[in-house]
Design a binder for this molecule. Structure first.
Ligand code: FES
Length: 94
């Protein structure tokens, strides 16, 4: 009989960036989406109507994960690797 076994995960080095001014800890190799979801963020951006949006496809096609990174708008969090000191903010009025 097959016995399920949990594989050991090797994480990269810890780093920090900010989301809406709050410090978030992430690990090298993670995407911004992964780090924000792990941090409990539930609204990556807000529609013109005020509805919160968060990742849907997680592969770069829906843009529901769009955030503002270091002043650049409409950056897809699911395709962007985290880096130390990165400043991430909600994308308003997508
Ligand atoms: S979650 Fe769909 S583009 Fe990022």
């Amino acid at each position: 009989m097959f016995k399920a076994q949990r594989l050991k995960a090797n994480r990269g080095r810890a780093l920090q960036f900010t989301f809406e001014g709050t410090t978030v800890t992430a690990y090298d190799g993670e995407t911004v989406a992964t780090a924000l979801l792990a941090a409990g963020v539930t609204a990556f951006n807000v529609t013109r109507g005020g509805e919160p949006r968060m990742p849907f496809c997680n592969m770069g096609t829906c843009f529901d994960c769009a955030v503002c990174v270091n002043g650049h708008s409409l950056v897809r969090a699911c395709l962007t690797d985290v880096s130390s000191g990165m400043q991430v903010n909600r994308q308003e009025g997508k």
